[in-house]
Design a protein around this ligand. Structure first.
Ligand code: 1CP
Length: 334
């Protein structure tokens, strides 16, 4: 069993490090492939290249886990929305059509995403048995934000749009959760060892809607992973002190801290869960001394509990890969 699975399943005190967005634009070897493949969706659907990209950070840094190269927006793509990735901008989706959405079926959905499952299958075969292969989904709320274009800016949602479509949204969330279960099942069957559930925009959920948009759907997906005996890690980014309620209600195997959460607070409040990450990815823009000081805060806080070293959000595109290398070595030597 890999270290990541030993920590998540048996609560072992072994070491494990990987980074969100470890396969991405900060790596020159990724940028080279990206320049030759202008269409991002097509790139995600090229199993051979997707597998190669997933393994790039493993080859370079010998990280403990690989995350499959894909995107959370491949689900809306498979459900019929056009998805365009524009450099340095939020991805854009074509207008949502409720009738078209309801006309989807599971067979077509799985078929459209089959290249992703193939990529998982070949990557699992190429990856050292001692390393985990992480698969992922976007949580329903975070996908809804993109599918219905609900974001005004990075701190605000269009509440009138949300309130105007209440009944419709309940139905969409419900259907979407079923398709996410299927996507998780297909990824597990293809060879994924762990599932990370990204709820990157949960900080934008109005307080009175937390149960409906965050706790319930995440809970359903975590329970679903448990039926396969595959551990899940939730990332309810931006929930602040509600991380505690989230953890008590959703009960994931692992929880990824965002950079706003104080590690000592988390240690006290988040029970019966393995903590992952937390350090602000912007710290990697700073000097080695500052990076080590910040990393020490997390390593010290969690030194006598199972802990997965990672960040409080994804690696930023301007990050220097040498600093990532040094951080990994610092963590391993600690
Ligand atoms: O190493 C990896 O993690 C690679 C696989 C991966 C994952 C797990 C990618 C590739 N995207 C994701 C998850 C993802 N995608 C999330 C959840 C995690 C997070 O919050 O970062 C989200 C919200 C998205 C949506 C998305 N896709 C964004 C965010 C935009 C926004 O609204 O702020 C962006 C920029 C993308 C494009 C994308 N996805 C992945 C890469 C490498 C890129 C860059 C594409 C490029 O080269 O232009």
């Amino acid at each position: 069993m890999s270290n990541l699975n030993k920590i998540l399943k048996n609560k072992n005190l072994c070491k494990s490090v990987w980074f969100m967005r470890q396969a991405g634009r900060y790596l020159p070897e990724f940028r080279k492939i990206r320049n030759e493949n202008k269409n991002f969706v097509e790139l995600c659907l090229n199993s051979e290249i997707s597998s190669e990209i997933s393994l790039q950070p493993i080859k370079r840094f010998d990280l403990d886990s690989a995350i499959i190269f894909s995107d959370i927006l491949m689900v809306p793509y498979a459900l019929g929305q056009e998805v365009t990735f524009i450099k340095n901008k939020s991805p854009k989706l074509s207008e949502f059509n409720f009738k078209k959405f309801r006309n989807n079926n599971e067979k077509e959905f799985s078929k459209k995403l089959d290249p992703v499952y193939k990529a998982i299958n070949i990557t699992r075969k190429r990856l050292d048995i001692k390393k985990s292969l992480i698969s992922f989904v976007g949580a329903p709320w975070t996908l809804l934000i993109y599918m219905l274009d609900l974001k005004k800016d990075n701190n605000k949602i269009n509440t009138s749009k949300l309130n105007k479509n209440k009944l419709l949204i309940d139905q969409i969330l419900n259907d979407l959760t079923q398709y996410l279960r299927l996507h998780i099942k297909n990824q597990i069957n293809a060879g994924a060892d762990v599932v990370q559930i990204f709820d990157s925009w949960s900080g934008l959920i109005p307080n009175e809607n937390l149960t409906k948009f965050s706790y319930s759907p995440n809970s359903e997906l975590v329970k679903f992973c448990k039926t396969y005996n595959v551990p899940s890690i939730c990332f309810p980014k931006g929930l602040k002190e509600n991380y505690e309620t989230f953890n008590n209600l959703v009960k994931p195997d692992g929880i990824n801290l965002d950079y706003e959460i104080d590690p000592l607070w988390a240690k006290k409040k988040l029970k019966d869960v393995v903590i992952q990450g937390g350090m602000d990815p912007k710290v990697l823009y700073k000097s080695s001394i500052k990076i080590h000081r910040e990393a020490t805060k997390y390593i010290q806080a969690f030194k006598d509990t199972p802990y997965i070293f990672n960040l409080g959000h994804g690696l930023l595109p301007e990050t220097d890969p040498d600093k990532v290398d040094k951080l990994i070595k610092f963590y391993r030597n600690f």
